[in-house]
Design a protein around this ligand. Structure first.
Ligand code: NAP
Ligand code: ZN
Length: 353
């Protein structure tokens, strides 16, 4: 076991602050990574503040962070895919049971025994729970480590590990392709990646936002049209026309007006995870055999596929790189939908702690 620097919160009402955490010495299948960048996902904030207590209570102290890019510093004797000096990435998962039907099908993200990168029981007993990427170093089983395309900017790559795969996966599943009309609701970290992928897949892309100030950025990011979701007249113009809508909103909101925009057999997928239940009118779904579904990150193979796709198409997140000392301020800005479009922590800033 060794010690590494991190930022952690000790309760739902405490700010994140400098801490020292234990990491296991790499076992034969492990990769040890020096973390260079870690994106800030709204899920970090939900977890730090225990907003998902009914579904996934937070264990304190918590070290959040699951959008990790870094450099390999050490590998175990059985590791074959990585060597010291390589770039490597880690997303939301660091382990799973590997025996269930989902794991066998490459969908570790639906394994009932998966280990999340933070706040999951630590099978190695290094600490009571796993600690995430707001730290200087992490040790992860080779199977859950991803290769980073060499042409991509590293800070912009980190958010692909959650915001990227969470939007890529449902768009692939629901067959977002050329000629489809696709909506992306909420232009934050997930939303702006959703826009980039929908555009890259050839769809006609419409952004639904509550922030009038984001219109130009939405178009620059790849949207063909931008709709103010709180303007009923603007919404009505698109009634019954969408093949697919991806809802990335982090807070409570009305989804019936969005469901009404779907065409017959259209689908609305929720990836945003507001802490409280959303109300749904049966009529919106019945009329037009529309469907409402959800999606949770993606499996390891699909995450690698997404990274390779990003390498080929030169896709990264638009990041605001911050030192870790600004993380609490960044959380407050997230709550005001004031992020362009993902905060990413430059982990070199942790060295001065
Ligand atoms: P984010 O950067 O804060 O973006 C959320 C966006 O939602 C905001 O920028 C805002 O966009 C919109 N919004 C916020 N409050 C709203 C409200 N009251 N009504 C309508 N729109 C509102 O968050 P994120 O990191 O993209 O994460 C989004 C959600 O996805 C979070 O709940 C997160 O936990 C969840 N998540 C789920 C998965 C998964 O696997 N399913 C993975 C990662 C994250 P506008 O300004 O454009 O309106
Ligand atoms: Zn996330």
């Amino acid at each position: 076991m060794y010690k590494t620097k991190a930022y952690s919160a000790s309760s739902a009402t405490s700010p994140l602050a400098s801490a020292t955490i234990p990491r296991r010495d790499p076992t034969e299948r492990d990769v040890q990574i020096e973390i260079l960048y870690c994106g800030i996902c709204h899920s970090d904030l939900h977890s730090v503040r225990n907003e998902w207590s009914e579904f996934m209570a937070t264990n304190y102290p918590i070290v959040p962070g699951h959008e990790i890019v870094g450099r390999v510093t050490k590998v175990g004797s059985a590791v074959s895919k990585y060597k010291p000096g390589d770039l490597a990435a880690v997303g939301c998962l660091v382990d799973s049971d590997r025996t269930c039907p989902q794991c066998k099908a490459g969908m570790e993200n639906f394994c009932p025994n998966m280990t999340l990168t933070f706040n999951s029981p630590d099978k190695h007993k290094t600490a009571p729970v796993t600690y995430g990427g707001y730290s200087a170093s992490i040790v992860v089983d080779e199977h859950f480590v991803l290769r980073v395309p060499s042409n991509l900017n590293l800070a912009g790559t980190a958010p692909l590990l959650c915001a990227g795969i969470t939007t890529y996966s449902p768009m692939r599943h629901w067959n977002v392709t050329e000629g489809k009309k696709v909506g992306v609701v909420g232009l934050g970290g997930l939303g702006h990646m959703g826009v980039k992928f929908a555009r890259a897949f050839g769809a006609h892309v419409v952004v639904f936002t509550t922030s009038p100030g984001k219109t130009q950025d939405a178009m620059r990011l790849g949207a063909h049209e931008v709709v103010m979701s709180r303007n009923a007249d603007e919404m009505k113009k698109h009634a019954g026309s969408f093949d697919f809508i991806l809802d990335t909103v982090s807070a409570g909101h009305d989804i019936d007006p969005l469901i009404n925009l779907l065409r017959i057999d259209g689908n609305l997928t929720l990836v945003g995870a507001p802490p409280k239940p959303l109300a749904v009118s049966a009529f919106g779904l019945i009329v037009g055999r529309r469907s409402l579904s959800g999606s949770n990150i993606g499996g390891i193979a699909e995450t690698q596929e997404m990274l390779d796709f990003c390498g080929r198409h030169n896709i990264t997140a638009d990041v605001e790189v911050i030192p870790i000392q600004k993380v609490n301020e960044a959380y407050e800005r997230l709550l005001k939908s004031d992020v362009k479009y993902r905060f990413c922590i430059d982990m070199a800033s942790l060295k001065s702690e």
